[in-house]
Design a protein around this ligand. Structure first.
Ligand SMILES: Nc1ncnc2c1ncn2[C@@H]1O[C@H](COP(=O)(O)OP(=O)(O)OP(=O)(O)O)[C@@H](O)[C@H]1O
Ligand SMILES: O=P(O)(O)OC[C@H]1O[C@](O)(CO)[C@@H](O)[C@@H]1O
Ligand SMILES: [Mg+2]
Length: 327
């Protein structure tokens, strides 16, 4: 009988539980026993493995985080750690593995595949930093959490004619910033793919102010600047007071959106299908609303200025032309 192990790895993402549920239920329908590996690759190395039944995954689709827990595992970065993990899988009789995680987790999964493990990756990360898939599980929920915060901050910014800098997650990917600025009527965005220097940010705020708009929201991706330094620079240059808000971990938690639950369910079912059809070393994804798969080694081979390609930044600029007349 086939035995499938499932783990979540890297940062947790809303919808990971819905993906776990989908994998377990789809596997059961194919008479595959499922095992939950707790705590990502570290849990695998440590043999933290238990049976996971459809009963265990009942009513978990609406829960944030991951019931299997997750980790960032240094030991797994080494060949020796991965060989240990492969031996544990053999010891438990696990011949299929599903890894739910981000780009780092996929690199690990690809290396396991090369060690002869049958593995399929499901993209679970709020960062949406894969090139091969339109969406990763968790991005939509995080985006909506950010949107909720933005709209509250905008209420008070408008009332006080304030400028606020909001820092969002995304690691080295500007999707959370770009999408949330577009959906939340942000005025200025700076993302790793198109980083603005301090003077450009100031001149954009200045032209907004000249057109009569004094509540301006600047959305930036994390890791790009020291937000307090940026605040002080703008205050000094433009003689305005600026507030800052680092949204932090509220972006990662919370009940997944319908979109993420459905995406996770579709991807989970597809992962089991691929394994039973004899495939390994693949990642599932979504393109033009179809569930697709691609070799794990190619998931980021077509990274380019993805936002430019989608035209999102051009769309954003339509709403934020420097000389836009408001009155
Ligand atoms: N190059 C690599 N080779 C082998 N294993 C890796 C590699 N990169 C990452 N991993 C494994 O995957 C784990 C998770 O990776 P990482 O911390 O980059 O998160 P992620 O999967 O990209 O998710 P997220 O970015 O959403 O937090 C790492 O802790 C490590 O165990
Ligand atoms: O949980 P940690 O290790 O602080 O990681 C934070 C990082 O994880 C993410 O939330 C998901 O990759 C990033 O957006 C962020 O940079
Ligand atoms: Mg990552």
């Amino acid at each position: 009988m086939n035995k499938l192990g499932i783990l979540t790895s890297g940062g947790d993402a809303p919808g990971m539980n819905a993906a776990i549920r989908a994998v377990v239920i789809a596997a059961q329908q194919k008479n595959i026993e499922t095992m939950g590996i707790k705590g990502g690759y570290q849990g695998l190395i440590n043999r933290n493995i238990d049976r996971l039944t459809p009963f265990d995954v009942d009513r978990i689709a609406d829960k944030g985080g991951t019931i299997l827990k997750t980790s960032r595992c240094l030991e797994f970065m080494e060949e020796e750690g991965r060989k240990k993990a492969a031996r544990v899988l053999e010891e438990f009789g696990i011949n299929f593995l599903v890894v739910i995680g981000g780009d780092g987790s996929f690199k690990g999964a690809e290396k396991l595949h090369r060690l002869g493990i049958n593995v399929i990756g499901i993209p679970g990360t709020i960062d949406n930093d894969f090139a091969y898939t339109d969406y990763s599980i968790g991005f939509d929920t995080a985006l909506n959490t950010i949107l909720d915060a933005i709209s509250k901050i905008k209420d008070t910014d408008f009332s006080h004619d304030k400028t606020t800098i909001i820092e969002v997650m995304g690691r080295y990917c500007g999707d959370l910033a770009t999408y949330s600025a577009l959906a939340g009527e942000g005025e200025i965005i700076s993302i790793p793919e198109r980083k603005l220097d301090f003077d450009t940010i100031c001149s954009q705020i200045h032209s907004k102010m000249a057109s009569g708009k004094h509540d301006n929201l600047i959305i930036i991706t994390e890791k790009m600047y020291d937000i307090e330094e940026l605040k002080k620079y703008i205050e000094k240059r433009l003689q305005v007071s600026v507030r800052t808000s680092i949204l932090g971990f509220i972006q990662r938690g919370g009940s997944p959106s319908a979109f993420d639950r459905i995406l996770a369910s579709r991807m989970g079912v597809k992962a089991v299908e691929l394994l039973t059809e004899g495939y390994s070393g693949l990642a599932v994804g979504i393109k033009e609303n179809k569930i697709i798969s691609i070799e794990l080694e190619n998931v980021n081979n077509i990274r380019f200025d993805y936002h430019e390609k989608l035209g999102l930044l051009d769309t954003f600029s339509i709403f934020n032309k420097g000389d836009q007349v408001l009155r």
